[in-house]
Design a protein around this ligand. Structure first.
Ligand SMILES: Nc1ncnc2c1ncn2[C@@H]1O[C@H](COP(=O)(O)OP(=O)(O)O)[C@@H](O)[C@H]1O
Ligand SMILES: [Mg+2]
Length: 372
C-alpha cells in the first residue's frame, strides 16, 4: 500500500502590515512544494482577520481583495479545531504559517496551534514572541553574552509624559545618529534614522504610533558610516545549523521599507552570497547566529541579522547582532532560501526539511508530562 500523503496546511495573508509579503512567500512555496509527497491545503487570512479555505483562499492568493465565497462564519479557532481532528477529512498533519509580523510571527498564532495540538513549522510561542520584541530579544542576547549596539528602551507613556526627560535619558547613553524603532514590528515600518536632537521628536512620535514600547539604538559605525549588513540562515531544532553568511547592500541610506521591497532594477538593493569576509569573521558570525537562535529558544528556522562597522583609524571592524527573524521572507529569491541554496539545500528540500522539523518537534513534545 502506498504511504499516506502528509496533509500540509499553508497559511498565508494575515492582519499584519506584511500581508502582501506573506502572499509572495506563499505563492513561491505552493509552486515548489512536492505534491507527490504532500496533500496541500491552502488557508488564507484576510487583512481584516477572516480565515478562508479552498477557493476563497486561492482567490486571496491571486490578489482578489473580495473573495467570492463567503466564509465569514469561519474563525481561526474553528479552522484550527477542524485541522486538529485527524479522523475528519479536515485534519492536517502539519501547518506552515507563512505569515510575517504581528499575529503571525509573534507567538499568537503559535499559541493557537499549541492549544489545538497541531504540528507547525518554526518557533514556538516563546521563541516567536521573543524574536518579535526587539526589547525582549536584546535581553535574551545580553544574557547570552552576545555583542550588540548600545540601546535604551522607553514606553510611549514615558515619552508622552516627559519628552525632555526622555531625551536626556537617550542622550546620556547614546550618541547620534540613533535609530528609533517600535519594539514589535518588521519590514522597517516606523523606523527612523535620527542624526540630531532636532529630528528626535518626530521619530519618537512615529514609533510611538506603532507600539507602546520604543527601542532607541546607537547607529552602528557612528556619523556618516553605512555599516555592512550581514545575514545568516539557521535551520534545525535542538542542534541548529548555520548557512554561509550573506550580505545586503541597501539601495538607500539604510535598509528601509522602500529599499527592501519597492525599489527595482538598477536602484534595487543587492545581495552578495557569500559575503566577502575573512575566515575568522565568517566563523564568528555563524557561531553567533546559532547562539542567538538558542538564546531566544527558536525552532525550525530563523534568519539572524548583523551589522558590521568597518575598521577605521586603527580600530578593528566591529560585528554586532542586530536582530533575529523567526519567519523571514520565504520567496524562492528571498535571502533565507538563497543562503541555504548556497549552502547546498535547494528550495523544495528546504520546505521538506522544515516540515520534518515541525513533526520532530511535535513528537518530542509528546514526551512532556503536563501533570504528575
Ligand atoms: N543600530 C543601527 N545602526 C545602523 N543601522 C541600523 C541600526 N538599526 C537598524 N538599522 C538599519 O535599519 C534597518 C531595519 O532595522 P531592523 O532593526 O532590522 O528592523 P526590522 O525588524 O524592521 O527589519 C536595518 O536593516 C539597518 O539598515
Ligand atoms: Mg531587519
Amino acid at each position: 500500500m502506498a504511504k499516506k500523503k502528509l496533509r500540509v496546511g499553508i497559511l498565508f495573508g494575515g492582519k499584519s502590515g506584511e500581508h502582501e509579503i506573506s502572499l509572495r512567500s506563499a505563492r513561491s512555496i505552493l509552486k515548489a512544494i512536492d505534491r507527490k509527497k504532500y496533500d496541500v491545503v491552502e488557508l488564507g487570512i484576510t487583512k481584516e482577520g477572516r480565515w478562508l479555505q479552498s477557493s476563497a483562499a486561492q482567490a486571496l492568493l491571486g490578489g482578489e481583495s473580495q473573495p467570492s465565497e463567503d466564509l465569514s462564519g469561519e474563525t481561526g479557532l474553528t479552522i484550527a479545531a477542524a485541522a486538529a481532528e485527524p479522523a475528519a477529512g479536515t485534519g492536517l498533519d502539519v501547518v506552515f504559517p507563512v505569515l510575517h509580523g504581528t499575529f503571525g510571527e509573534d507567538g499568537t498564532i503559535q499559541g493557537l496551534f499549541e492549544l489545538a495540538d497541531i504540528a507547525y513549522v518554526g518557533s514556538g510561542v516563546l521563541g516567536s514572541s521573543a524574536g518579535m520584541d526587539k526589547d525582549a530579544m536584546k535581553r535574551m542576547f545580553f544574557a547570552a553574552g552576545l555583542p550588540m549596539t548600545p540601546h535604551v528602551t522607553l514606553l510611549r507613556s514615558e515619552w508622552r509624559a516627559d519628552a525632555k526627560k526622555s531625551t536626556r535619558l537617550i542622550e546620556k547613553t547614546l550618541q547620534y545618529p540613533v535609530f528609533v524603532k517600535p519594539a514589535n514590528l518588521g519590514s522597517s515600518v516606523g523606523i527612523s534614522k535620527v542624526k540630531s536632537r532636532a529630528d528626535l521628536a518626530v521619530a519618537m512620535d512615529l514609533a510611538a504610533s506603532f507600539d507602546r514600547k520604543i527601542v532607541i539604538e546607537q547607529g552602528v559605525g557612528g556619523p556618516g558610516v553605512k555599516p555592512r549588513e550581514l545575514e545568516v540562515a539557521v535551520l534545525g531544532n535542538d542542534t541548529p545549523e548555520a548557512s554561509v553568511v550573506g550580505e545586503i547592500v541597501p539601495a538607500k541610506e539604510f535598509y528601509d521599507y522602500e529599499a527592501k521591497y519597492e525599489l527595482n532594477g538598477a536602484d534595487e538593493s543587492v545581495s552578495i552570497i557569500p559575503a566577502k569576509l575573512t575566515k575568522a569573521e565568517e566563523k564568528k558570525i555563524r557561531a553567533m547566529a546559532i547562539a542567538a537562535f538558542r538564546a531566544c529558544d527558536c525552532a525550525g528556522l530563523a534568519r539572524v541579522d548583523f551589522l558590521m562597522a568597518p575598521a577605521s583609524k586603527g580600530k578593528p571592524a566591529e560585528i554586532v547582532l542586530n536582530e533575529i527573524n523567526t519567519l523571514p521572507g520565504f520567496t524562492s529569491i528571498s535571502m533565507y532560501p538563497k543562503l541555504w541554496g548556497a549552502s547546498g539545500v535547494n528550495y523544495s528540500k528546504l520546505i521538506d526539511r522544515l516540515i520534518e522539523l515541525a513533526l520532530e518537534r511535535h513528537r518530542e513534545k509528546q514526551q512532556t508530562h503536563f501533570s504528575r
